[in-house]
Design a protein around this ligand. Structure first.
Ligand code: 5RP
Length: 264
């Protein structure tokens, strides 16, 4: 692997633990001002020092994150759809590689929509982005998106989608946790991070999800709503970090969360 590519990946996946806590705040690109992300700066600022990287669009980066911040940027470069439009799957590339370099991104991210009528379009976008990314040492993270069809999140679909992403050259894959998750990891030769999905009933559920994903081979999380929709987002990201980087059990992380939330 060339130096620039390796260096960028090491800024995201911490060499000390081989793991990563990525903070996803890109939801507005198709959801608009989502609950608790209405004012991105307010949501992002307290969490920034606890995130190994932050995933967002160029608009929110420029408007809501100080250029002096040292947290690596994973730039969302796909979009073009909205939650009220015809299909969330009809995405294209929205941001050039040149712009990602200008913004000092550590990686670029785009969604693929396997099994939809836009499968070919999004997979060719991934391939094109990888061609460009490899020229500049810029890793591409592929998100195995499911759009509104959350029930698609099973090992069969996620293995298929994750493997295709890796075959087309993604350096990292973001997918969902599922039953038999180890099969998804086994069939995907590049590092996998999991999204949290919609906010779970309790913080304990999200800690459990994180723990199981790490046990079954994920290198970390790229989590949004289960962190910043918590009433105690800083306590939550710190508890997630304990599992991801320090091998904490769910009980240890939950105790940490309860101690931290008192201080918030
Ligand atoms: C949308 C995304 C989101 O960033 C992703 O879903 C992660 O956030 P959450 O943990 O809230 O699901 O990639 O396609």
């Amino acid at each position: 692997m060339d130096w620039g590519m390796e260096n960028r990946l090491a800024r995201i996946i911490k060499p000390e633990s081989g793991h990563t806590v990525m903070l996803a705040v890109d939801h507005g690109y198709f959801l608009g001002p989502t609950h608790k992300l209405e004012n991105p700066r307010r949501t992002i600022e307290p969490l920034l020092t606890y995130a190994d990287s932050i995933m967002l669009t160029r608009g929110i980066l420029r408007s809501s994150v100080k250029a002096t911040a040292s947290t690596p940027i994973v730039l969302r470069v796909s979009g073009g759809t909205s939650i009220i439009g015809k299909s969330l799957a009809d995405e294209g590339i929205t941001t050039s590689l040149e712009e990602a370099v200008r913004l000092n991104a550590a990686a670029v991210a785009l969604s693929i929509f396997v099994g939809t009528e836009y499968e070919r379009q999004t997979l060719l976008s991934l391939s094109k982005l990888v061609d460009e990314g490899e020229k500049y040492g810029m890793p591409v993270l592929a998100v195995t998106a499911v759009g509104k069809e959350l029930e698609k999140r099973d090992a069969r679909f996620l293995s298929l989608s994750s493997r295709i992403a890796a075959e087309l050259g993604a350096r990292m894959v973001k997918t969902y946790y599922c039953e038999n998750f180890e099969k998804v990891v086994d069939g995907c030769p590049v590092p996998i991070v999991i999204a949290g999905g919609p906010k779970l009933a309790t913080e304990l559920d999200a800690l459990q999800l994180t723990y199981e994903a790490i046990q079954k081979g994920a290198v970390g999380v790229d989590m949004g709503r289960n962190i910043w929709q918590s009433d105690h987002p800083v306590a939550m990201i710190r508890a997630i970090r304990a599992i991801v980087h320090e091998n904490a059990t769910v009980k240890e992380a939950s105790d940490l969360f309860n101690r931290m939330k008192k201080g918030e």
